[in-house]
Design a protein around this ligand. Structure first.
Ligand code: HEM
Length: 523
């Protein structure tokens, strides 16, 4: 009995302390940042809605309602300051001091540990230096081989699906994911999983499961807490998925280590001719296996974290970008025609439609570049990023207490009507050089910028261009017949999507809950 009373008193005391702390914090922040009024304990979580697509729509409503000014939102007792205004975005992303990540990346720790995406401090800087050579131009050329081969298989899959659909619309989102999974498994680990051919892979299943679990936790007041989460069935699923990945990766790492040690195989040097057909293709894993930090090789744990980071960050993001580019092209026939004409000019010979693009040709696809930029402005694969202030910090004229989490809503930044005229029109031409000189470099940051920018940007752009180039040459991309939704309606919180229309949500990266249906017609 005494025990219960003591527990009750402790709970009341904790509540009073938390409420007082929050009242002080609220006073300090609400004076500087507008935003929807939070409720005690739950903050703004209940106002966000109760379905994954409602969360995103409500967030977008708030950015519009506050005229794309910086705002403060409360995830339970935690304030999130969302910086949308250009000069603040520039200040934060350019800073070498504001690079620390904690909330909500901590949800990824059990999986990605201190890998490059989630790591911090000295360890992050050492790893970034170590991994940067993996994206050297010559290695990307080697990866281009893999991307070309994979996209060829992907085109066959699309042909098969469009024939099976007999002119009706079908969902490309899940299919594109199979393409990018195959690319990342082979480039990151040197392993073919043949997901395009529909072969079930334990690795793919485990990654899917982990992405799903993390997205369930992000907006849940209770599941975010580790103690509560550990009592749920999701935790068991997470442990199982992690165990699968560890077992599978351990085998792959061992095989690769043996291959590297074999007399016939020399560890890849950047000066080698990497296109030598006899040599096994360079994988990102090879760099990790041959690397040393302070004279010691990386441990299994360190290699596991980095390979996991690349497997996750390197396929989900590109899948989202390719999928939404296909959707945008379907709904923008003029842009599609210009993009096709560029391809037709470059591949005018008889074998042109099927031929693999070379690295130089990909660099020359200037209009396709604009299409990709415009797609990522409207549908950034990573719609929100965050930083945590390790000490009281002043950002231009804003004063933030220690431990504040700040968010950069890449999605809202790219939709801002103060930066982009008619932001909900798909106009690749707006990124042509002459137009851009007027605009600020930080008004569209799909790959982030500054010291913690996306290390895989060039890799991603190669993959996007290879896939879209082949797709444009082979197919007319047409919208789903029942869909009537405009881009503005995709992002409008009052619009209820109908059949074959997009219902965006945020399972970490941007996706559509209802799939992304389009029609493909052979050219
Ligand atoms: C269209 C595709 C992609 C987009 C839009 C994208 C976007 C981003 C963004 C916005 C960040 C910053 C994240 C943050 O600050 O929390 C980031 C970081 C990162 N990206 Fe990408 N990414 C893409 C593709 C890739 C690919 C293909 C890879 C690897 C093969 C990759 C690996 C990484 C890594 C490791 C980081 C962390 C870098 C660091 O903090 O040092 N990304 N990416």
């Amino acid at each position: 009995m005494l025990y219960v009373v003591a527990l009750g008193v402790a709970a009341v005391l904790c509540y009073i302390l938390l409420a007082r702390r929050n009242a002080r914090l609220y006073q300090l922040l609400s004076g500087q940042f507008p935003g929807p009024r939070p409720f005690p304990i739950v903050g703004n979580l209940l106002q966000l809605g109760f379905t994954p697509d409602a969360y995103l729509r409500t967030l977008l409503k708030w950015f519009k309602q506050y005229n794309y000014k910086n705002i403060c939102l409360w995830a339970g007792p935690l304030p999130y300051i969302m910086f949308v205004e250009n000069n603040y975005v520039e200040h934060i992303l350019s800073s070498t001091a504001l690079t620390y990540k904690y909330e909500p990346y901590n949800l990824l720790y059990p999986w990605l540990g201190s890998g490059l995406l989630t790591g911090n401090g000295h360890q992050w800087a050492v790893r970034r230096k170590l991994i940067t050579p993996s994206f050297h131009f010559r290695i990307l050329r080697d990866f281009l081989h893999i991307m070309n081969e994979t996209s060829g298989r992907f085109m066959k899959l699309l042909e098969h699906e469009s024939e099976a659909a007999q002119g009706a619309a079908f969902d490309v989102q899940a299919l594109v994911n199979r393409n990018t999974i195959d690319v990342i498994c082979e480039t990151a680990m040197g392993t073919r999983v043949n997901s395009i051919e529909g072969r079930p892979s334990p690795i793919v299943g485990a990654i899917d499961s982990l992405c799903h679990i993390i997205s369930e936790r992000v907006f849940s007041l209770f599941k975010r807490s580790d103690s509560f989460f550990k009592c749920t069935r999701l935790y068991k699923q997470q442990q199982q998925a992690l165990m699968t990945l560890r077992t599978e990766f351990a085998q792959i790492i061992e095989q690769r280590r043996r291959l590297l040690q074999a007399a016939s195989y020399e560890a890849p040097q950047l000066d080698d001719d990497l296109l030598d057909a006899k040599r096994p293709k360079m994988a990102f894993l090879d760099n990790l296996l041959t690397a040393e930090v302070d004279g010691k090789p990386l441990t299994f744990e360190e290699i596991f974290e980095e390979v996991s980071t690349f497997m996750f960050e390197g396929h989900d993001t590109t899948a989202s970008a390719i999928t939404f580019a296909i959707w945008c092209l379907a709904w923008s026939p003029d842009a599609q025609q210009r993009a096709y004409e560029e391809q037709a000019r470059m591949y005018a010979t008889a074998d042109g439609r099927e031929r693999d693009p070379t690295h130089q040709e990909l660099q020359d696809m200037k209009y396709l570049d604009l299409v990709i930029k415009e797609t990522l402005r409207l549908f950034p694969s990573v719609p929100f990023i965050f930083r945590t202030m390790r000490e009281a910090t002043t950002i231009l004229d804003k004063h933030l207490p220690k431990d504040t989490t700040i968010g950069l809503p890449i999605l809202a930044i790219g939709h801002c009507p103060h930066s982009f005229e008619a932001p909900y029109e798909f106009r690749p031409e707006r990124f042509e050089a002459a137009e851009r000189t007027k605009a600020n470099a930080f008004d569209n940051v799909p790959f982030s910028a500054g010291p913690r920018n996306c290390i895989g940007q060039k890799f991603a752009l190669l993959e996007l261009k290879v896939t879209l180039s082949k797709l444009l040459r082979r197919f007319h991309i047409l919208p789903a017949p029942l869909a009537k939704q405009t881009i503005a309606q995709v992002f409008d919180h009052t619009y209820m999507p109908g059949p074959q229309e997009l219902r965006l949500h945020l399972p970490i990266t941007l996706k559509s809950l209802s799939g992304v249906p389009v029609r493909l017609q052979r050219r």
